[in-house]
Design a protein around this ligand. Sequence first.
Ligand code: ADP
Length: 227
Amino acid sequence: MIYLENIVKEFPNKTRALNGINLHIKPKEFAIIVGRSGAGKSTLIQLITKQEEPTKGNIYVGGINYKELRKGDLPYIRRKIGVVFQDFKLLPKKTVYENVSYALEVSGVKSSEIKSRVPKILDIVGLANKAKNFPNELSGGEQQRVAIARALVHQPKILIADEPTGNLDPKTAWGIMDLLMKINEQGGRTVVLTTHNKEIVDKVKKRVITIKNGKVVSDQQGGGYTA
Ligand code: ADP
């Protein structure tokens, strides 16, 4: 599903954020990327979501070689991969419903389809009763649920989350992890996330990939937090 082959990423200021990453994440896998601040986690996520280009190496997602993608193909990738950020990135002047429906409107989905799809997604993330609220009327965990709902609107095969629990207290963070695991197990989607949260990593017993100085230093099924 996601293949990274000998990936090097050097920024224009010569910082080498990634230094020879080889990684294969299979369909329906749940993979957690851990590592200290500055290890290269966000850069890795940005390469997978095509926000950044690698300096060297190849990236394949769903059988597509990113090097062969043209500009016009980007929306296709955006639909294949749902992305969730630490700071939610919601539209403050739109309601919960509108934050989710807007993502469908801008890609030209019919309004009858939007009306049927949005309530179902809000139900999955447990926010059916908050559809009319604005982001500033929600807790951090609820805001993250809206962001997850929005990431799911195009029914992507892959959900990528960069520190999705980073701004949340431990109990709320668990709720978000539970939701991501449900999306993985019941929705059959590949989920890749980064986290600093040792307690969560140790408890969930999923695949844990540890990055250090831009390299994979450990990759274990059911592993603990070793960063
Ligand atoms: P993490 O997410 O693990 O904290 P990052 O991927 O953000 O790590 O950063 C890895 C390294 O790359 C760090 O040394 C960071 O300072 C550097 N870096 C990240 N983004 C940029 C950028 N846009 N320009 C220059 N250096 C960057």
